[in-house]
Design a protein around this ligand. Structure first.
Ligand code: C2E
Ligand code: MG
Ligand code: MG
Ligand code: MG
Length: 288
């Protein structure tokens, strides 16, 4: 009986793996068509600047409008596209689309674009970004590229030279998802970031978590000491907003300020509850 069970377990496992690989191949095939058929779209999420209570920038977030499966979130296809190399084509589309929309619709606000490790390391990436900027007519200082730490660990010297090249063109660089993955404080001093984005995992439940509070406070102080802006990601609650401001975060991103939306549905102003909190800070604890 045990033997029987064992064999069934093995068969299940085998079928499970086959399933997974088949689904992955299907997804890759669908992804090939997606670019051709224009099934991708960008949503934009506002980032609130505390010092002047304005929306200083928007992050471009990709969505896949799948013909059968509906709207698919990036977590469900970006990793596959990264593995297959399809992220290179997708990444080029994202950059062009984000720059075009920013130049036409976002006024003085900046646009933030996520860049995947493979894309960043592709030969000629910095020049391709410059060409895309030129095509759009957007000033380079209004583009920010968001990269993650795992992109830095493989080849420090090469990553640093690409970052320097982008910075020399006037493009801003933000370190995304700070605090998860292979975080090393060393990266902060070695790489020329304009902004650090503190990951949402340090924000959730911060009003009841002394450890998370200490981390945010320390990261904010360190970031400022290194001349970087500090952004808090994933703010959903008013008490989280108050704490992040109190701990010195310069910018706030999260559902409380605005959800990612298509450009036509985007709200350009600060929602009233957030405005009220900012107003209550004036002349009180608000620094700069
Ligand atoms: P990310 O760059 O860290 O983007 C922030 C994610 O947090 C977004 O998820 C956003 O919708 C979500 N978020 C923002 N505020 C809140 C909040 O208050 N609460 C909660 N629960 N979530 C919030 P999204 O759009 O699903 O994107 C997930 C990840 O996919 C992104 O994380 C980024 O790593 C990747 N991604 C998205 N678009 C692109 C793209 O165009 N290119 C590449 N390479 N990666 C992308
Ligand atoms: Mg991001
Ligand atoms: Mg992030
Ligand atoms: Mg992320």
């Amino acid at each position: 009986e045990a033997k029987h069970r064992g064999r069934n377990a093995y068969c299940l496992f085998k079928d499970g793996m086959g399933d997974l690989m088949r689904r992955r191949r299907e997804l890759e095939a669908d992804l090939d068509i997606a670019l051709e058929k224009g099934q991708f779209e960008l949503h934009f999420q506002p980032r609130l600047q505390i010092s002047d209570a304005r929306i200083a920038s928007y992050e471009a977030l990709i969505r896949w409008n799948h013909p059968d499966k509906g709207l698919i979130n990036p977590a469900d296809f970006i990793p596959v596209a990264e593995g297959s190399g399809q992220i290179l084509g997708i990444g080029k589309w994202v950059l062009d689309e984000a720059l075009t929309v920013a130049a036409r619709h976002l006024g003085e606000a900046r646009i933030s674009v996520n860049v995947s490790p493979l894309q960043f390391r592709e030969n000629g990436f910095a020049d391709a970004v410059e060409e895309a900027i030129d095509r759009s007519g957007l000033p380079p200082s209004r583009l920010e590229l968001e990269i993650t730490e795992n992109l830095l660990i493989e080849d420090d010297a090469r990553a640093l030279s690409i970052l320097r090249k982008l910075k020399a063109k006037g493009i801003r660089i933000a370190l995304d998802d700070f605090g998860v993955g292979y975080s090393s404080l060393g990266y902060l001093s070695r790489f020329p970031f304009d902004a650090i984005k503190i990951d949402r995992s340090f924000v959730v439940g911060i009003h009841t978590n002394a450890n998370a509070l200490a981390i945010v406070e320390t990261v904010a102080r360190l970031g400022h000491a290194l001349g970087m802006e500090v952004v808090a990601e994933g703010i959903e609650r008013e008490e989280e907003l108050r704490i992040m401001i109190d701990k010195g975060c310069d910018e706030i991103q999260g559902f409380l300020v605005g959800r990612p939306k298509p450009i036509g549905a985007l709200e350009r102003s600060v929602p009233p509850p957030v405005g009220a909190i900012l107003a209550s800070l004036d002349g009180a604890t608000r620094t700069t």
